[in-house]
Ligand binder design. Structure first.
Ligand code: GTP
Ligand code: MG
Length: 194
């Protein structure tokens, strides 16, 4: 995958705005502020193609980035407490529209913060992906916040807490330091059969 060729293509704020897509897609999901947009920038080798913020709830639309014949998809984060019921409903419809639509989702990268215990929302998201049969991998983010050995131990614990099947790949990543980015690229490319 030539990540240098990445181009922003479009944003969808409602399920109706989602493009019909039979191109292979790699999607990024996780709690607000877990580091989805930062990780995509790091993969693309770009500083700010994907908008990042220290405030949770930055990404509120589904954003598509094309690389060659495939798309990388940044999804709005879940679990941000300060959104009202209308906004929460929009989010639910948008996410369901995405994951339950007719698409060619090759891999969902589910991001989980390495520093915290698994949240019920993370467990729910993974259960949702499993129930829909979407292949997924886990990226444990912000690995720079823990020592390597603590990170590895915490990743093992989180896999247990989230009841992740042994066959599911997981990687420890840091967008800040660049750790694990090549490992994640390998996981993505294996799924795309390169
Ligand atoms: P939403 O769009 O709100 O869902 O958030 P997001 O998951 O896209 O997170 P984003 O990439 O915007 O990053 C959130 C915050 O975490 C920012 O302040 C980033 O600088 C910080 N951050 C992201 N990745 C890392 C990392 O690897 N290490 C550290 N230490 N901080 C990170
Ligand atoms: Mg974001």
């Amino acid at each position: 995958i030539n990540y240098n060729l990445v181009k922003f293509t479009m944003s969808a704020g409602t399920a109706e705005q989602l493009p019909n897509n039979d191109r292979p897609e790699i999607a990024f999901v996780g709690r607000s502020n877990v580091g989805k947009s930062s990780l995509m920038n790091k993969l693309f080798g770009r500083k700010d193609l994907v908008k990042v913020s220290s405030k949770p709830g930055k990404t509120t639309t589904i954003n598509f980035f094309a690389i060659g014949g495939m798309d990388f998809v940044d999804l709005p984060g879940y679990g941000y407490a300060r959104v009202n019921a209308t906004e929460k409903q929009r989010w639910d419809n948008l996410m369901d529209g995405y994951f339950e639509g007719e698409r060619n989702i090759k891999l969902v990268v589910a991001l989980v913060d390495i520093r915290h215990d698994a949240s019920p929302l993370d467990a729910q998201m993974i259960g949702y992906l499993e129930s829909l049969g979407h292949p997924y991998a886990i990226a444990f983010t912000k690995a720079d916040k823990l020592s390597h050995s603590r990170g590895v131990a915490q990743a093992r614990l989180l896999r247990e807490q989230l009841c992740v099947d042994e066959s599911v790949r997981s990687v420890l990543v840091s967008s800040l330091k660049g750790t694990g980015i090549d490992d994640l690229k390998k996981v993505i490319e294996e799924r795309l059969n390169f």
